[in-house]
Design a protein around this ligand. Structure first.
Ligand SMILES: Cc1ncc(COP(=O)(O)O)c(C=O)c1O
Length: 334
């Protein structure tokens, strides 16, 4: 299998290995002629998303990636003496951005690699302002269910904002996944975050959005920096929403390859968590064993995420990839 010219396959950032819709490529080419012009506010995209989700356009906030919205939520809604609750083994940006804004934060525990909502209650204080939950969780790939999310919302003060970050929701096959829009109607302190970076394949264009109560959306919009949005991004996002066939084919492939990889990793005797996103979480008894597999992957051109960089010494996260990636991973596990 060793070959100097072998292509490098990136499986370390949960991008869409199938690229993006050809319609997006065409749209961007057309838009190139106008890159000397400043972008306008992404009103067309906000309206389209409002139509898609059957909410008011005033409830939608588009940002340069959902990380920009996470940043805005912390900066805008959490006062310097207030606190944030995150989960251990979750998306690192929550912690990084809370620290960057010098806000206090604490970590709720997981149980069997699943964010355990019960563990949030004991961390809540009078100062708690925002709770971040990635669902599915990155890097473990597990979900919290509709009833677990409702249990949280039902039992906390409506002054606490719960951010449910659904960056990977399109990949979920578990039927108990929350219907966050129906919960938001009942609990308007729920903010839903979504992104064009994953299934839509537009990570490089930086487009994310939040759905929230109109007054919160309005404050977030006022705090955006001028010209925050790339002029090609809005057209690309609109084109990607139109191409439903591309999205459903990506979902189908992801489900198929995710199952193959899950079974293969288990057969190889590895500890792999049942995945709901476009990535798999593998944990080891020792760091040495993890490094061994990581090196084998790297030598074979497979760049997976060594979670040591995020303080998890014994774990790897492997994005699902395309057919060629799956074949190569399987060969490495023989
Ligand atoms: C849970 C989660 N939320 C948000 C993001 C970032 O999304 P965006 O590219 O829209 O900033 C990621 C990226 O990996 C993620 O894992």
């Amino acid at each position: 299998m060793k070959n100097k010219k072998q292509p490098i396959i990136r499986l370390n950032a949960n991008e869409n290995s199938h690229g993006c819709s050809p319609e997006v490529q065409k749209t961007i080419k057309k838009g190139l002629i106008n890159v000397h012009l400043y972008p306008s506010l992404p009103v067309r995209l906000e309206e389209k998303l409002a139509e898609k989700f059957n909410v008011d356009a005033t409830d939608i906030v588009v940002g340069a990636g959902s990380v920009r919205l996470i940043d805005g939520i912390i900066q805008t809604f959490v006062e310097p003496d207030e606190e944030i609750i995150l989960f251990e083994r979750s998306f690192v940006a929550y912690e990084q951005l809370a620290a960057a804004h010098r806000r206090k934060y604490s970590f709720a525990k997981q149980t069997d690699f699943i964010c355990d909502v019960e563990n949030i209650f004991q961390l809540i204080t009078k100062k708690t302002k925002v709770i971040f939950i990635a669902n599915p969780n990155n890097p473990t790939g597990t979900i919290i269910t509709h009833s677990q999310l409702e249990q949280l919302l039902k039992n906390i003060s409506e002054k606490i904002i719960v951010v449910i970050d659904e960056a990977y929701c399109e990949y979920v096959t578990d039927k108990s996944f929350p219907d966050s829009f129906s919960l938001q109607k009942k609990y308007p302190n729920l903010i839903i975050l979504r992104t064009f970076s994953k299934i839509y394949g537009l990570a490089g264009l930086r487009i994310g959005y939040g759905i929230m109560r109109g007054d919160m959306a309005n404050v977030l919009k006022q705090n955006r920096i001028p010209f925050f949005f790339n002029s090609l991004s809005e057209d690309a996002a609109l084109a990607s929403l139109k191409d439903k066939r591309f999205i459903s084919s990506c979902i189908k492939k992801n489900t198929k390859y995710r199952n193959i990889l899950y079974e293969k990793l288990k057969q190889a005797g590895l500890n792999v968590i049942s995945p709901q996103g476009n990535f798999l979480y593998v944990f080891f008894d020792s760091e040495n064993k993890k490094e061994e597999l990581f090196s084998k992957f790297t030598t074979n051109g497979l760049i997976v995420c060594n979670l040591k960089v995020f303080g998890q010494d014994k774990s790897l996260r492997i994005s699902v990839g395309d057919a060629a990636a799956v074949e190569k991973i399987c060969l490495c596990l023989e």
